[in-house]
Unconditional design. Structure first.
Length: 287
């Protein structure tokens, strides 16, 4: 086991134990609504980057540089200034585009690894980050199998940046902004069950157009962002070596061997963080 995998499992173990205690104390609500998600059909994507532009505007991020566009010579990555990117790949069917963003896992490793539940899987489905709970440990970054959460290292009041599927809009009954504004209709919003059914329908109806598979149907336990492709997924830069079970499943075997101090540690650390932040604010006000 390499160092990165060890850190991922260690972070998940401590946090999952804490989460387990909380869940037992507060039973889950029954009759939950189905998770919502997004189906991205890369065969329809034209690489226009409208989703990047709309995302930046919706979330107050810097306006994308018009000179920074998809090219097969470079793999563009999401960072603290952009939550989603379009990349271009030369494939067996010519140049194709792929959208990269948070996958909104059904059982997200980032949320399980988060000591204070700042990274949170909502009942609606999107995985969101809550700044009022974050203490800056960055376990979410280490644990994510898709390398999605990004930390604002150069900010005096840093955030964790990642796609939240425009959760505020979803709560208002609207579609995510990047879905609503896609001119090529490459993005579809709906319940995960409906999206999987639609994806399977497209594949069976047009086998010459689609690769026979849905990325995100089973990867890492399943995701809310689902991808259709014209070529095998590795040709468009997707990680095909992920396990099918969710990554929090890795911790189940040894949870009871973890010392009980891990149950109290998150609360202690968050208390220290809050106290330090309050004192820093008071000092700044007195200056």
């Amino acid at each position: 086991m390499n160092r990165l995998n060890f850190l991922r499992i260690a972070g998940l173990a401590g946090a999952t134990l804490t989460m387990g205690k909380i869940l037992k104390a507060s039973p889950q609500k029954s009759n939950k609504a189905e998770f919502v998600g997004v189906l991205y059909d890369s065969t329809r994507c034209v690489g226009c980057q409208e989703c990047e532009i709309v995302c930046a505007k919706e979330h107050g991020l810097p306006k994308p540089d018009p000179e920074d566009y998809p090219t097969t010579k470079e793999v563009r990555k999401a960072n603290e200034k952009r939550r989603s990117v379009i990349n271009a790949y030369e494939t067996s069917k010519g140049e194709l585009y792929i959208k990269n963003q948070c996958m909104h896992c059904n059982q997200p490793a980032c949320a399980s690894a988060c000591l204070t539940q700042a990274m949170h899987k909502t009942e609606e489905g999107p995985v969101i980050w809550r700044d009022n709970k974050c203490m800056g440990c960055r376990y979410c970054m280490v644990s994510c199998p898709y390398d999605v959460p990004k930390f604002e290292y150069h900010s005096s009041n840093p955030n964790i940046e990642k796609c939240n599927m425009c959760f505020d809009r979803i709560k208002e009954g609207l579609q995510p902004a990047f879905v609503e504004n896609c001119p090529a209709e490459a993005l579809t919003f709906g319940t995960r069950r409906e999206l999987l059914a639609e994806a399977h329908r497209r594949i069976s109806s047009n086998p010459e157009t689609y690769y026979d598979g849905i990325y995100g149907e089973n990867e890492a336990g399943g995701t809310g962002f689902l991808i259709l492709s014209a070529v095998p997924f590795e040709e468009i830069g997707l990680n095909t070596k992920l396990q099918k079970k969710s990554y929090p499943e890795l911790t189940k075997g040894f949870l009871y061997s973890v010392p009980s101090v891990f149950v109290l540690l998150p609360a202690i650390l968050l208390g220290i963080f809050k106290a330090t932040k309050k004192r820093q604010t008071q000092e700044e006000e007195n200056e």
